[in-house]
Design a protein around this ligand. Structure first.
Ligand code: 4NP
Length: 174
């Protein structure tokens, strides 16, 4: 085997919010870029979904696209989908944005509760325990979503590196 990453199963992460057009696509793009920056893309599969079906097939919210673009994240490939029962088996971690998302996903779980995590638990220094829904708010709410996603993505990646990737070659641990 020429590449060490080929022998490691991918860590599968699903970010979940309500509509899958604002927060979870932002979390997905921020986490994906961080993983790319650290040269760890081969170790991850990353996706997002919503607990509601209002926007199935839609692009990310234009405000989310615009604010993310200013920080170098591309949300344009995203299409919204609803979380399905199979996702709970397939993904290793299901990361929710707020308490409603958490309880809605928990209600779908049969045996998979341990996979369910709150995104903001990975950034306790922010003082936020959830990402407020920006959908009916102004531009500052979209900036806050990005700020919180960037902080929590770092904490999540540190947690996953420690738990799953601690035997990586030194140059990939940075
Ligand atoms: P998201 O935001 O859960 O962060 O994608 C929302 C998007 C749409 C709606 C609510 C929240 N909606 O009511 O349509």
């Amino acid at each position: 085997m020429s590449n060490a990453s080929q022998s490691v199963p991918k860590i599968k992460i699903l970010f979940v919010c309500l509509g899958n057009i604002c927060r979870s696509p932002t979390a997905e793009a921020v986490f994906r870029k961080l993983v790319e920056t650290e040269g760890l893309s081969d170790y991850f599969e990353i996706d997002s979904a919503g607990t509601a079906g209002y926007h199935i097939g839609d692009m990310a919210d234009s405000r989310s696209i615009r604010h993310a673009q200013k920080r170098g994240y591309d949300l344009t490939p995203h299409r919204a989908r609803r979380i399905e029962a199979e996702d709970l088996d397939y993904y290793d971690y299901i990361i929710t944005m707020d308490e409603d998302n958490y309880s809605n996903v928990a209600a779908l779980c049969t045996t998979q509760w341990k996979k369910l995590k709150r995104f903001m638990d990975f950034a306790p220094e922010t003082g936020y325990d959830e990402i407020p829904d920006p959908y009916s708010r102004g531009p500052e709410a979209f900036e806050l979503t990005l700020d919180l996603c960037e902080k929590a993505a770092k904490g999540l990646l540190d947690f996953l590196k420690e738990k799953h990737l601690s035997n990586l070659p030194r140059e990939q641990k940075a």
